[in-house]
Design a protein around this ligand. Structure first.
Ligand SMILES: [Zn+2]
Length: 81
């Protein structure tokens, strides 16, 4: 018997933040977005569980931005409510 397993990338979650920020790359001021990228462990192409997540705070126009920690991400998401 053989098993096919691997990692796949879930569709990123994108949340528009309520923070306006100036982008040094495209020179626009806009509401930046928070994105969460999650890799999942899968067997036979069926995702089973998340293995790691990456979080970013990005310019919505040119995707310039930075990686942020899960803590920062959650704090910013909670501020939205
Ligand atoms: Zn930009």
């Amino acid at each position: 018997m053989f098993v096919i397993f691997g990692f796949d990338e879930a569709k990123p979650e994108i949340v528009v933040s309520n923070q306006k920020k100036f982008c040094e790359r495209c020179f626009n001021t806009n509401y930046w977005v928070l994105t969460k990228h999650q890799s999942r462990f899968s067997v036979f192409f069926i995702p089973l569980f998340p293995v790691k997540s990456k979080y970013y705070f990005l310019c919505p126009i040119c995707n310039n931005g930075e990686e942020i920690t899960a803590d920062t991400y959650n704090r910013m998401i909670n501020k939205q409510k």
